[in-house]
Design a protein around this ligand. Structure first.
Ligand code: DAH
Length: 344
């Protein structure tokens, strides 16, 4: 039995030695140390041995088992280390390889233009305000001197939600809201950018949703020349110091007098071309002196206070500045269009 155990030990150790994978090693463990393995078998037959032999064989069998187990464990550690080594070698990362480019976004042209206009007016002491896109008929029309049934309401075909609530057709209601809130406590000098909605059929120059920036300055002694000075500065900073502006008489119910502002055409330098429709001038925005009734409705005494207001479309400004020929480009998000205006 002793010889048998020693032979088993030799055989098992050889198999451990020959094993080249964890799987083979596990097979050896099961074969020699498992419940049905030969060493267990030997131990089971110990009952037949004499009293003297039993402890000797028992000790030897345990020793053999211990040695085989130890050999398996150390071989296992060796194989695992070698496998890890192999994996590390195979998966080596070449940190000097150039990375894959990660496409990054950038501000939308419209966002950039709005921010540029905001910065420009902030520089002239205006604050930036916001107002609701779902507006009441009162603020959108009535508080701006457009009572129900006023023909000028038809100029702005509206999306009504109820009889009294609509999607704002312009950012002018924020004028009335702001004046109402401040009520003469301090001068109001604000601009308000935001989305507006009109029941227009979309084409190259119209969109049912677009952007406006409203401006308002109310204080004691605000004059038309203040309006002209602010707009002139705006036009020059936006389109170039060589641009001229011109104010033409116009009509808006919330301003009196009302004007429209043109800038001299950059393409032909005032000579007349297709961009300016042969006039040498391009229309940019509407403006005027805040109508006394509008001031009054907002709680100001028009004998003491005066103000100017203006409204412009940043899409139009961007179209003129960058030669964009279709307003729909701003909303369809064709990546080829958007990319042209990233400074990244
Ligand atoms: N709200 C006008 C529009 O949507 C634009 C406008 C014109 C605003 C004159 C003004 C203004 O504040 O004074 O057509």
């Amino acid at each position: 039995m002793k010889d048998q155990l020693q032979a088993l030990e030799k055989e098992a150790l050889q198999k451990v030695e020959d094993a080249s994978s964890l799987k083979e090693l596990q097979d050896v463990r099961v074969a020699y140390l498992g419940k049905k393995g030969p060493i267990t078998e030997v131990l089971k037959g110990m009952g037949k041995l004499s009293k003297e032999e039993r402890p000797v064989i028992g000790e030897l069998a345990n020793k053999v088992r211990g040695q085989v187990a130890e050999a398996i464990d150390s071989k296992k550690a060796g194989i695992e280390a070698a496998e890890l080594e192999k994996q590390l070698a195979e998966e080596t990362i070449d940190v000097t390889l150039p990375g894959r480019p990660v496409p990054t976004g950038g501000p939308h042209l419209l966002t950039s233009i709005v921010e540029e206009i905001e910065d420009l007016f902030i520089g002239m002491g205006f604050e930036v305000r916001e107002g609701p896109e779902v507006e009441t008929d009162y603020y959108n029309f009535e508080a701006l001197n457009l009572p129900k049934g006023h023909p000028a309401r038809d100029m702005q075909d509206s999306f009504y939600i109820t009889d009294d609530i609509l999607l704002r057709t312009h950012t002018s209601p924020v004028q009335a809201r702001t004046m109402n809130m401040i009520k003469g406590e301090r001068p109001v000098k604000m601009i308000c950018p935001g989305k507006v909605y009109r029941r227009d059929t979309d084409d190259a120059t119209h969109s049912h949703q677009f952007t406006q920036i409203e401006g308002l300055y109310v204080d004691k002694h605000v004059r038309m020349s203040d309006l002209k000075g602010v707009l002139d500065r705006f036009a020059k900073q936006m389109f170039g110091e060589d641009r001229e502006i011109r104010l033409r008489p116009s009509f808006f119910p919330f301003t009196e007098p009302s004007v429209e502002m043109d800038i001299s055409c950059k393409v032909c330098n005032g000579k007349g071309c297709s961009v300016c429709k042969k006039t040498g001038w391009i229309e940019i925005l509407g403006a005027g002196m805040v109508h006394p009734r509008v001031l009054e409705m907002a709680g100001y005494d028009p004998k003491e206070y005066s103000g100017f207001a203006f409204g412009m479309g940043p899409e139009r400004i961007a179209m003129l500045k960058y030669g964009v020929d279709d307003i729909r480009h701003f909303y369809t998000n064709d990546i080829r269009f958007l990319k042209q205006y990233h400074q990244a």
